[in-house]
Design a protein around this ligand. Structure first.
Ligand code: HEM
Length: 401
């Protein structure tokens, strides 16, 4: 039955139709084959809300791609050249140990203490915009999370631009099953530069520990909890890869949803206290991360589809968030929706570590932008979606102010 349904690249943002509108296609999958075997990329794509929710929270499933069957998606595409996986791709007990050493700065209270500095970063970025029309991604959504994380890591403000360029190049290849040779080379070079940059930062911090995240990680190491230099570098890289593009995408996707739905924009301008619900609805409506993977630890059956141990399961967060069995009028962007819960930050033990930070940044970014520009609107120069598989966001988005 699933043979007539799209396969392989057609189910990634490398394909133009999927890139511009993944939702119509995902709806077809959910109706025709809620667990769809992608025979080309060797993975099972799950599109029903409850299946996605349960798989993400299933403690027995694996995420370490090295445990996937040879030839399956996770083994082929999620890890390269014998590299050590980041905690996103680790299983217990290594995952718990690493995660517990970096959770403190990401608790709601710790993140809240950053609010004044985040507001100041956003204000500075807005102050630099001087033309009547501008690309919201390049001049606003891109810089906000890159500069916030650079400040949290205690990086010299003069390095912020360079730091952002390296992290964007690294992200471009990190989750892409088919990077071009050019992207691959640029991505690898950027990763090497980031690595030596972080090593130098760690060295200089040892001499004078400060109140930044790198110093916190060194302190954890010195407290005998053994976070090696390699692990600190790995954590820094993961924070960049996991936190930058995603948060930029959420800013872009939220503003686009508001400009596309002027009644909702007007409502938010009248009632800024709806900002939290607005961001949750934007996460549900147009999730910056479209899927997350798990690996079967056993043979089992899901929605009538047999899954064998070691096979790759791809949970479609984007499809789950628009399942009509759970959400009334799922394709409507409604900032006053009562139930805005979503799967966009994943779930279970890998639940996004940066969720509170991302929420705070995006809430502050939207309010500041709308406050600064009372007439913000689409520009005729338009927008385009980026083609990074597993991510959904705009590569450019011109607005008038
Ligand atoms: C809107 C922005 C963001 C979205 C949509 C997002 C989404 C996700 C998703 C879907 C996962 C995988 C969860 C799973 O498989 O169950 C994840 C993991 C992770 N995210 Fe985020 N993320 C965002 C922002 C951030 C930020 C700002 C940071 C940190 C600065 C961050 C750090 C991480 C880390 C470290 C993990 C791995 C957690 C683990 O394996 O235990 N993310 N994120």
């Amino acid at each position: 039955m699933s043979d007539s349904l799209p396969q392989g690249v057609e189910l990634t943002s490398l394909d133009e139709t999927f890139r511009n509108d993944p939702y119509t296609l995902l709806e077809r999958l959910r109706e025709a084959a809620p667990v769809h075997e992608d025979t080309q990329l060797k993975r099972f794509i799950c599109t029903r809300h409850d299946d996605v929710k349960n798989l993400l929270r299933d403690k027995d499933l694996f995420t370490d791609p090295r445990k996937a069957n040879a030839g399956s998606f996770a083994r082929e595409f999620l890890i390269r050249d014998n590299e050590e996986p980041s905690m996103l791709f680790m299983d217990e007990p290594d995952h718990r140990r690493l995660r517990s050493l970096v959770t403190k700065p990401f608790t709601p209270a710790a993140v809240e203490s950053w609010r004044p500095r985040i507001r100041a970063v956003i204000r500075r970025i807005l102050d630099d915009i001087d033309s009547a029309e501008f690309d919201l991604i390049e001049h606003f959504a891109g810089p906000v999370p890159a500069i916030v994380i650079a400040e949290m890591l205690g990086i010299d403000p003069h390095m912020h631009g360079q730091f952002k360029r390296w992290s964007s190049l690294a992200v471009k290849v990190s989750f892409n099953p088919f990077p071009s040779e050019e992207d691959l080379q640029a991505g690898r070079a950027a990763m090497n530069q980031l690595e030596s940059f972080f090593r130098t930062e760690i060295e200089s911090r040892r001499a004078a520990l400060g109140s930044d995240l790198i110093s916190d990680m060194i302190r954890a190491e010195e407290a005998g909890e053994k976070l090696s230099v390699e692990e600190i570098v790995g954590q820094c890289n993961l924070l960049l890869v996991a936190g930058n593009v995603t948060t930029s995408d959420l800013i872009g996707n939220s503003i686009k949803a508001l400009l596309d739905n002027p009644d909702q924009l007007t409502r938010l301008r009248e009632r800024p206290d709806l900002i939290q619900n607005t961001v949750e609805e934007a996460l549900r409506f147009d999730s910056p991360v479209t899927n997350s993977g798990r690996i079967a630890n056993r043979d089992f059956e899901l929605a009538g589809c047999p899954i064998k141990k070691g096979e790759s399961l791809m949970t479609s967060l984007a499809a789950a968030n628009r399942d009509p069995a759970v959400y009334p009028h799922p394709n409507k962007f409604d900032i006053e929706r009562e139930d805005t819960h979503h799967q966009s930050f994943g779930g279970g033990r890998h639940l996004c570590l940066g969720a509170h930070l991302a929420r705070l940044e995006v809430q502050e970014a939207i309010l500041a932008l709308l406050d600064r520009y009372p007439n913000l609107s689409h520009s005729e120069k338009g927008y385009a979606y980026a083609s990074i598989p597993s991510f959904r966001g705009l590569s450019f988005f011109w607005v008038s102010r």
